[in-house]
Design a binder for this molecule. Structure first.
Ligand code: ATP
Ligand code: MG
Ligand code: MG
Ligand code: MG
Length: 565
């Protein structure tokens, strides 16, 4: 490739709209351009990096025996209705109608679609299966952010596993865990696997891969010595009613809207719980102007199906009064079920420390309690860990220090169990001829987010510092004096020799000053710079500069390939 003919529109100055380093550098170094909020075009350099990231992930998945497939982006509503997620996904799902009036969804994930494919698995001998794809996902994110980090349109590598039993699922899950760890290492992302919960995916357990970075949106509680890490997303992803002061106190004649992914309206809060609707009790807790606010929501049969939940009480209290409220809640188990007895103080504590949350409890005969913040359950133990970390106390598991880190969720693997095979009535015939329901797992990596995360951890004041494995080019040959025929010719020879040696190389054959070429190469982040100039030519040498260290050595011209590998 030749710089002179490639489209690499580097910018002289930092773009004003970009805060996160990856966002700023991807724009400035000519990798991406925004079409509209949350939608970016990838320019030639970005496409090269993306393909390398995809190549690494693909290799690691093939290695564990996963098979690549490709499913459509556009889905019929019926499949999503079958799983119950047509409702649950709320405003995050893009929906449209075709000319015949058929309801369609744009895929934000593919569990429903892949499960429909699994209907053709017949026998236990067909299992296990692991299928994956690289496919565009569309999510109407409430706040697209930080360039490629959080977009409304992105490539996900998503895999799905089908196993005969839970032991098999555990194996597929572990295989993905290992593949993800290898892939992230190769991509140059120091991802930490952390315990997380399943959110709208359903199922029994999940692990997120978090790249530590101050620009991340997730908090994790982490003890390297204990090998323990847990996500505190629950605690920080704030449940923020649009206008708590007025909306919360008002009875809900019209759907109340929440500025939180996955929870759009009061109706959404009602979905997904197994208690009879009239027995469901939900409590929202948040802090407004330093006051703790509780909104108690009660199911009500008198209302039509879709509007089951009515706000029955909103209380704003000073933190000091919170204890009394909880005592009151706990003292009325008949009307409030188990809500508040254990979970509410947890949520309230988080809320009081500026981390809003929501708790949901369903008052059924066998009391069923969970603390949910939008996406996931809050584990009381994680809350205890956060408190310990903030108080400087050691991890209860091993007595070592705990820290709270910010990070970027680059991957997420789930044990789904039977949620989808149940809903879609998928069975295979077992060894004894009886039908067996396969156990399912799903596994995701955000490809462009991984690129952005990699930049967050690999950059300096001059620009991006790509790891060689995913750099758009491994090396750049810089012709210092393009208008000197001998130098230009030596540059060409070096370029061809590197190409012949299999090096992914670009030649900067522009007529610009060497200084301009140097700073562009640094901004773009190419790992090795080979400078061919008059001075070196006199001794048949070139200068080889490593981007990461800035170290320069003099290398014989016919020996270049050896030094960039
Ligand atoms: P987040 O918590 O950041 O919204 P998520 O939990 O909704 O992510 P998953 O449904 O677990 O995401 O999807 C798997 C992976 O897809 C994530 O780990 C992340 O790498 C990537 N991803 C999710 N949403 C986005 C997005 N809006 N833009 C870019 N990548 C994304
Ligand atoms: Mg999300
Ligand atoms: Mg998440
Ligand atoms: Mg996730």
């Amino acid at each position: 490739m030749r710089w002179s003919t490639m489209h690499i529109p580097t910018l002289r100055d930092d773009p004003a709209e970009a805060g996160a380093p990856s966002h700023r550098l991807l724009l400035r170094a000519g990798y991406i351009r925004q079409l509209m909020a949350g939608h970016y075009s990838l320019l030639p350099l970005a496409v090269r990096v993306r393909l390398k990231v995809i190549g690494i992930i693909r290799e690691e998945l093939n290695r564990i025996g996963a098979q690549e497939i490709l499913m459509p982006v556009m889905h019929p509503a019926e499949l999503w209705q079958l799983s119950g997620r047509w409702q649950l996904m709320g405003d995050e799902m893009f929906r449209l109608k075709d000319r015949k009036g058929a309801q369609l969804a744009l895929g934000m994930t593919h569990e429903e679609i892949v499960t429909s494919l699994a209907a053709e698995l017949n026998s236990y001998r067909d299992l296990p299966q692991m299928w994956y794809q690289f496919q565009t996902k569309l999510r109407d994110e409430p706040r697209p952010k930080a360039g490629l980090m959080r977009t409304r349109e992105f490539t996900m590598k998503d895999s799905y596993s089908f196993d005969l039993d839970i032991a098999g699922l555990d194996k597929s899950f572990d295989a993905h865990h290992a593949a993800y760890s290898r892939a992230f290492t190769r991509i140059g992302i120091p991802a930490i696997p952390v315990e997380a919960s399943n959110g709208s995916m359903g199922g029994s357990g999940s692990t997120e891969f978090i790249c530590p970075s101050p620009t991340g949106e997730d908090d994790i509680v982490y003890s390297p010595e204990c090998g323990y890490a847990a996500n505190m997303e629950a605690a920080v992803s704030a449940l923020a009613p649009v206008d708590p002061a007025t909306d919360a106190a008002r009875s809900l004649d019209e759907p109340q809207r929440f500025d939180t992914p996955g929870v759009r309206t009061i109706e959404d809060l009602a979905t997904g719980y197994d208690a009879p609707a009239d027995r469901q009790v939900k409590t929202l807790v948040y802090v407004l102007d330093g006051r703790l606010t509780l909104v108690l929501l009660r199911g009500d049969h008198a209302l039509e199906e879709q509007k089951l939940i009515d706000a029955t009480r909103a209380v704003a209290v000073r933190p000091a009064e919170a204890g009394e409220i909880f005592a009151e809640l706990g003292a009325h188990p008949g009307s409030l079920g188990a809500v508040g007895v254990t979970t509410l103080p947890v949520i309230a504590d988080l809320a009081l420390r500026g981390r809003s949350g929501m708790t949901t409890g369903a008052n059924t005969d066998d009391v069923h309690l969970r603390g949910v913040d939008v996406d996931r359950d809050i584990e009381v133990s994680e809350w205890a860990d956060l408190r310990a970390a903030e108080a400087g106390e050691p991890c209860a598991r091993c007595g070592n220090p705990l820290t709270v880190l910010k990070g970027i969720e680059v991957g997420h693997i789930f044990k789904l169990g039977y949620k989808y095979t149940d809903a879609f009535e998928i069975t295979v015939s077992g060894p004894d001829g009886k039908p067996v329901k396969p156990a399912m797992g799903c596994y995701g990596i955000g490809v462009e987010r991984a690129m952005a995360a990699c930049i967050e951890v690999h950059h300096d004041e001059k620009g991006i510092v790509w790891p060689a494995a995913i750099a758009p080019f491994e090396a750049v040959v810089i012709v210092a004096q393009q208008n000197d025929a001998a130098v230009a010719e030596a540059g060409e020879r070096a370029y061809q020799a590197l190409l012949d040696a299999g090096v992914d190389v670009i030649i900067d054959d522009r007529s610009d000053r060497a200084g301009v070429k140097f700073s562009d190469a640094e901004l773009v982040g190419i790992p090795f710079r080979i400078t061919i100039g008059k001075r070196g030519l006199a001794t048949n040498t070139a200068e080889l500069t490593e981007r990461a260290t800035g170290e320069t050595v003099s290398v014989p011209l016919d020996d270049l390939a050896k030094h960039v590998r």
